[in-house]
Design a protein around this ligand. Structure first.
Ligand code: GDD
Ligand code: MG
Length: 399
């Protein structure tokens, strides 16, 4: 793969925020002599280097009642050397969609000779492991893991730790193009290969997000992302004193982290999760608030934003979903960050009123539900309980 070099990096305390880097060539040929200094604006990342990172990476796929054909397409796009971890919250009554996902994954693993894990979000052993390790805020009144994409992602990252991976990448299950899934993972690996810190994150920016209505229109950015980016940048500007537009991926569902970084972050429920991850990094390592962890501060936290070539086409869920499930929680995450200044707060309220989500000026957005960082729970206990049952989550497990 050949991508643009990091031409510009902004700093927020010990956080290094890299400007968007474009993918120029999906396949850059055989390993050869390094690029000459003339080509230094571009970086060639050798296939073998990418494979080394894929080997250390778990790809987590959160899924809830998606079309089986889409799910099958997504798993087929994950490079062979990555470990697939599916966390499903799909229905099990009447039509057992979870069972269908498990069967599809199992058949796929059988024929492709690879291993994968699949677990239901409401799995009782998972709930017990969370309860006994002290992660009780993740559990509902029924004692099981709460609904939500973020909640599934946390389960996946705990499992990836248990399975001794070093990186975790997230890919949604409703993606129409297996080729784009493949490219996201290559971009994750490319980003990690450029990192100089073990605390790193790669966030994907889609080159186009087509809309089919009628005919196809190749939009650059999602509607929600544009708005969230603006307020995250406003928060950074207020804290550093320098206006910035560096963040272009505030809602990036497709993103990856080193597990060392993932262990240190706090998470916000459901779709506020990606925005909150950034805020958690700025709060913990930006140098304005007390530092979250000194080793990470010493190395610095590195954020890469990579623009991929494939258009991103996924399930359309309508305006109400975009506004109340995504925009409101994302902006609430910014509004309630300890780093958020008064101007940004006021502008967020104005934005939410203009969008018809809040009714009047005095109204405040509802605060997000925040989950503690995984490093604060008893990970040994979690692993002890889950290890006993691990084989049953393997896609190749027999009933
Ligand atoms: N495990 C689990 N549990 N998965 C879930 C749940 C749940 O409760 N709810 C949704 N999912 C899965 C979906 O099946 C899909 O694979 C993925 O999570 C994302 O959900 P979507 O409903 O497709 O989200 P979206 O398309 O509106 O938003 C996506 O893109 C945004 C950026 O544009 C998400 O990735 C957002 O988090 C992201 O901000
Ligand atoms: Mg989607």
């Amino acid at each position: 793969m050949r991508i643009e070099t990091q031409r510009y990096t902004e700093r927020f305390g010990s956080v290094r925020l890299n400007e968007v880097q474009k993918v120029l060539e999906l396949d850059s040929g055989r390993a050869g002599a390094p690029d000459s200094p003339k080509e230094i604006a571009l970086l060639k990342i050798e296939e073998e280097v990418i494979k080394d990172y894929e080997d250390k990476m778990a790809i987590a796929i959160p899924v809830k009642d998606e079309k089986l054909q889409l799910f099958e397409g997504v798993i087929s796009g994950v490079p062979h050397d990555c470990l697939i971890i599916v966390v499903s919250n799909s229905q099990r009554k009447r039509i057992n969609r979870f069972r269908m996902e498990r069967d599809a994954l199992s058949q796929y693993c059988h024929f492709t000779r690879r291993s994968a894990y699949i677990i239901h979000q409401k799995d009782p052993v998972l709930a017990k492991a969370l309860a006994e390790s002290g992660y009780t805020e993740l559990l509902g009144e029924d004692g099981l893991l709460l609904n939500g994409k973020c909640e599934g992602m946390i389960a996946a990252l705990l499992l990836a730790t248990l399975l001794k991976k070093s990186y975790i990448g997230f890919i949604d299950a409703d993606n129409y193009f297996p080729g784009s899934v493949w490219e996201y993972v290559k971009a994750y690996a490319a980003g990690f290969s450029l990192a100089t810190s073990p605390y790193s994150m790669v966030r994907i920016l889609w080159r186009y997000k087509p809309k089919v209505s009628p005919g196809m229109y190749f939009r650059k950015l999602g509607r929600v992302s544009e708005i969230t980016n603006k307020y995250v940048n406003s928060l950074i500007s207020a804290n550093t004193g320098f206006e910035t537009e560096i963040i272009r991926t505030a809602n990036a569902g497709e993103h990856a982290m080193s597990l060392r970084l993932a262990q240190l972050l706090t998470y916000a429920s459901s779709y506020a999760v990606e925005t909150r991850e950034l805020l958690s990094i700025f709060e913990g390592f930006g140098g304005v608030l007390p530092l979250a962890q000194h080793t990470a501060v010493k190395h610095g936290v590195e954020i890469f934003q990579i623009e991929t070539r494939n258009p991103h086409l996924h399930e359309e869920r309508g305006t109400k979903h975009l506004q109340t499930d995504m925009l409101l929680p994302s902006l609430s995450a910014v509004y309630y960050s300890q780093l958020c200044d008064e101007d940004t707060r006021e502008n967020i309220v104005k934005e939410l009123i203009a969008q018809g989500i809040l009714k009047q000026k005095k109204e405040e957005p509802p605060p997000p539900v925040i989950y503690r960082a995984p490093c604060e729970i008893n990970l040994e206990k979690f692993q002890e309980i889950m290890s006993e049952n691990l084989a049953s989550y393997s896609a190749l497990a027999k009933d």
